[in-house]
Design a protein around this ligand. Structure first.
Ligand SMILES: [Ca+2]
Length: 176
């Protein structure tokens, strides 16, 4: 059957692509995050940084965890950030996949909380040991008193090296 031949052909293409890209690559085209904060373009599949604030040196790589694209920060200090409204007591979990190439002097992510004046009430930077293998990382933080806005960010510092991120998941656990 022609259809059968097409399926086999597509499977060969997919297998070749998987072998060509990194060992952490899966080709689901799905971010399985229970995305209760409507974090659009959480897997960077829109092909650009749509929805994210570019802090510099950020772009799109084909070296993805899922789908075909991922965030790549390279050639200096930079990253991306994103803001959401929130209320004190909200409990947030940020989960994402990271890997690096070379040796950025600092690489990580965080959840920060701000008050009405835009002042930072709490900065929660997390710099885990990131390797050349794609791995999942996660932190959970609670909004302190006077919080009206939460910021999530991914960042690297240093002239050498690159940080890759994909499948960002940001969820709110309601306090009952
Ligand atoms: Ca992706």
């Amino acid at each position: 059957m022609i259809l059968g031949k097409k399926i086999i052909y597509l499977e060969i293409i997919a297998l070749t692509a998987q072998l060509f890209y990194s060992s952490c690559t899966i080709r689901t085209n799905e971010n399985s995050c229970p995305d209760n904060l409507a974090l659009t373009n959480s897997g960077f599949e829109d092909g650009e940084l749509k929805g994210w604030v570019d802090l510099g040196n950020s772009g799109i790589s084909r070296d993805a965890h899922s789908g075909w694209k991922a965030l790549m920060i390279s050639d200096g200090d930079g990253g991306v950030q994103r803001f959401f409204h929130c209320t004190p007591g909200d409990n947030f979990t940020l989960t994402l996949y990271l890997k690096k190439e070379g040796n950025p002097s600092w690489a990580g992510f965080g959840i920060d909380f701000e008050n009405l004046m835009g002042e930072t009430l709490a900065e929660n930077a997390f710099a885990p040991e990131i390797t050349g293998e794609c791995r999942q990382y996660s932190i959970t933080r609670q909004a302190p008193d006077s919080t009206i806005r939460v910021e999530i960010w991914i960042y690297q510092q240093g002239e050498s090296g690159s940080l890759f991120a994909d499948d960002i998941c940001f969820t709110l656990q309601e306090i009952k």
